[in-house]
Design a protein around this ligand. Structure first.
Ligand SMILES: [Mg+2]
Length: 239
């Protein structure tokens, strides 16, 4: 027998949309495409510097908060630092690399298999759905449009439109009130343990963490109510 809550808050990137499992491949291919123009620097070294400076950039919560609202500018900035580190003085090359990477990422983004069917099923069961997604308004809207996701959702909160993002409680409060449910009537599901799961759990929602690569909790003190390997599992295992 089905056992769904009255409402579910769902993250977009890497929960419904496979947006970043291809990050490494996209950088590999983008770097390979500019390899003939690299003066005395191998692709491997370029890749290593990109990884190093990308990790450094996103490791800081403040940079994360600002940067996720303008990924294009962040990539340009990271590549400038990479090129400075490697002694390459070629702004055109940095720009082409950033654009090629962006195009590849866009091209390769796709809904996880079964995600649309799972959303259909939840709608058919009468579950109210809210989307909670961080990032820039235009970028996130474009993804929602491209994959036809808006009709599934009763309410959508995009950080760039709303003014604040997860884990700020206003995101969850706004969604719960738009869906007209109490926290005890709702699940929250997403791949970001802190933002999508633990933060709404503090308000009383049932938190489900999507852990596609079986990364595990790795020393985390707080535990989600449930761990799944894919969003679709909440439908298949509730049937
Ligand atoms: Mg996500």
């Amino acid at each position: 027998m089905a056992s769904f809550p009255r409402a579910i808050l769902i993250d977009l990137d890497d929960t419904l949309l496979d947006d970043s499992s291809n990050v490494d491949a996209c950088w590999d291919d983008a770097c390979a495409s500019v390899a003939p123009r690299l003066p005395g620097v191998g692709v491997d070294r370029l890749r290593a510097e990109i990884d190093k400076l990308t990790s450094w950039y996103w490791s800081d919560p403040k940079r994360h908060r600002m940067g996720r609202l303008d990924l294009r500018a962040v990539r340009r900035h990271i590549l400038e630092l990479v090129f400075a580190e490697l002694g390459i003085d070629d702004n055109g090359l940095a720009r082409d690399l950033a654009e090629t990477y962006r195009e590849l990422r866009e091209e390769r983004a796709h809904l996880f298999p079964g995600a649309a069917d799972a959303l259909d099923r939840l709608r058919a069961e009468g579950v109210r759905l809210g989307m909670m997604t961080n990032g820039a308004a235009t970028t996130q809207r474009m993804k929602i449009e491209r994959f036809g996701l808006a009709p599934y959702f009763d309410h959508i909160v995009i950080e760039g439109e709303f003014g604040v993002g997860k884990p700020d409680r206003r995101v969850f409060d706004t969604l719960l009130s738009a869906l007209d449910v109490t926290p005890g009537d709702a699940w929250a599901i997403g791949d970001h343990l802190e933002f999508d799961v633990l933060a709404p759990m503090q308000l009383g929602l049932h938190g489900i963490w999507v852990d596609p690569r079986n990364a595990g909790l790795d020393g985390h003190r707080d535990r989600p109510d449930r761990i799944v390997s894919a969003f679709t599992e909440i439908v298949s295992s509730s049937a």
